[in-house]
Write a protein that binds this ligand. Structure first.
Ligand code: PHE
Length: 473
């Protein structure tokens, strides 16, 4: 990565050369990504996380196998990429984090939605870090002692008492340390190192999984088709919600990252690369998980487990144990991938909150990162101690806040902004320019319609979870 000069274009960020009447509110120079690859790796790092390795294979197995995969790909293309491009255009166009960006792009009335983005980041990181803490604990044990045979009670031990709090705090500490370093020296550098490690390991694991006896049956199950499932609105909502969570959309993570990006980059190309990479890792995760599960005849256990958490933390490690010494190595690699994915995602969540404090209140980066990290860590004690509240927080944040945020972005860019195509036109050729109006129409009509269906499903679900949490204890 280049530590030295930024491209000439990037030296002018604070001089507002990008739009009539838009002046940058802050006197100091804004951070920038040193390289294009650095930006892509950081954005892919945000996207690839627990959502890919844990939720995607699980959701696929629950909702009709290949039908879900097809639906998911549809969602990525028709809703995910357009919304990511909307985030990029607002983020790079305004060069601000969500609150200021929405205010600058849409007017004063839009800043409360920016606060909603920050609240979503806050909430998601508080429980995401708890799950990442369990992953860290599993990783440490996989390396040093191996998993115990009674995984159900091991999982109980890892998730109750003081242990989950300790590992959650360690994970938050690591996240804060990286974000404190800033964009180029913190986030970019960490992603440069971690993302290639993650990719190579997942590919290696998928190749190994192909050699297992149950591989064929695993693939058949993963890719078998129950096309009737596609028509079920619940499956549709699940696929869309999964796409949003997995692509880190609807809460300003991509928006914030793109606010540090050079004006030369081709935004439609970057959003396609990032989405494709994210899908690729999720798909590969399925190519690891299903052969492993089928090789050991654990398929019923996985599909009957009432939560994705159980599948990941009980059934899959159970398979590794049965494989003896090989399982030990593979188990350690599998949890390394999960851990690295979770860390690069957590960084982006904390960056949204930190950048908002920097941009809105002029707080210094280190102070902002530490202060917010501490508050989020404290909030995380709640989900660390109660799986019910973790589930309810996830229902609210990923089920409601993210689709709502995506809807807001689609309306803002599609209907409210005066010249929504200007920012995207920078850095792209005439051919692509000509089809940009299609993107706008997707944002205007298709995305809001799809997200309305999603919210119609998820709002009652999230509400139910909250009620049973508070009502049922
Ligand atoms: N995309 C991340 C994952 O799949 C989670 C995430 C959601 C990160 C929202 C940032 C913002 O694990």
């Amino acid at each position: 990565m280049n530590g030295q000069a930024v491209p000439p274009d990037d030296q002018n960020h604070s001089h507002a050369h990008e739009g009539a009447g838009h002046e940058e509110p802050k006197a100091f120079q804004r951070d920038v990504f040193g390289t294009r690859l650095g930006f892509i790796l950081a954005a892919v790092g945000s996207a690839v996380g627990l959502g890919n390795m844990w939720r995607f294979p699980y959701a696929t197995s629950k909702s009709g196998g290949a039908a879900f995969v097809v639906l998911y790909i549809g969602m990525v293309f028709l809703v995910g990429i357009p919304v990511m491009l909307a985030e990029f255009s607002v983020g790079r166009g305004t060069r601000l984090s969500p609150i200021g960006a929405l205010r600058k792009a849409g007017g004063r009335g839009w800043s409360p939605l920016g606060w909603l983005f920050v609240a979503a980041g806050f909430l998601i990181l508080s429980y995401y870090s708890v799950i990442a803490g369990w992953v860290l604990r599993y990783l440490v044990d996989a390396i040093f002692v191996g998993f115990p045979t009674d995984l159900a009670s091991y999982f109980g031990e890892v998730t109750s008492g003081i242990q989950p709090i300790v590992y959650h705090l360690i994970f938050m500490g690591l996240t804060v340390a990286i974000v404190m370093g800033g964009i180029e020296k913190g986030i970019e550098r960490a992603s440069f190192f971690m993302m290639p490690t993650l990719f190579l390991t997942v590919v290696g694991l998928a190749i190994w999984a192909a050699t297992l006896d149950g591989a064929g049956a695993g693939y058949a199950f993963y890719l078998h088709t129950d096309f009737a499932a596609i028509l079920d609105p619940k499956v549709l909502a699940d696929a869309a919600a999964q796409a949003f969570f997995s692509l880190s959309l609807g809460m300003g993570a991509m928006l914030t990252f793109s606010s540090y990006l050079s004006k030369h980059e081709n935004l439609p190309r970057e959003s396609s690369i990032i989405s494709f990479a994210d899908f690729g890792v999720a798909f590969l995760a399925g190519l690891v998980v299903f052969p492993v599960v089928f090789a050991l005849g654990l398929q019923d256990e996985v599909t009957n487990t009432s939560s994705a958490i159980g599948a990941l933390f009980i059934s899959i490690p159970g398979a590794f144990i049965k494989m003896g010494a090989v399982g030990r190595v593979v188990g350690a690699l599998f949890f390394t991938v999960l851990f690295v994915g979770a860390l690069t995602s957590a960084i982006s969540l904390l960056e949204v909150v930190t950048a908002s404090l920097i941009d809105e209140f002029g707080v210094a980066r280190k102070k902002a990162a530490v202060g917010m990290g501490v508050i989020i860590a404290l909030l995380g004690i709640l989900p660390a101690e109660s799986l019910g509240s973790l589930d309810a927080m996830d229902g609210l944040a990923s089920g409601v806040f993210l689709p709502l945020g995506g809807l807001a972005l689609a309306v803002l860019v599609g209907w409210v902004m005066k010249a929504p195509l200007d920012e995207v036109k920078r850095g792209i050729g005439p051919r692509l320019s000509r089809i940009l109006p299609a993107w706008l129409w997707i944002l205007r009509i298709l995305v809001p319609a799809a997200l309305a269906i999603v919210l119609w499903q998820t709002v009652p679900e999230a509400w139910q979870k909250l009620v049973s949490l508070f009502g049922g204890g």
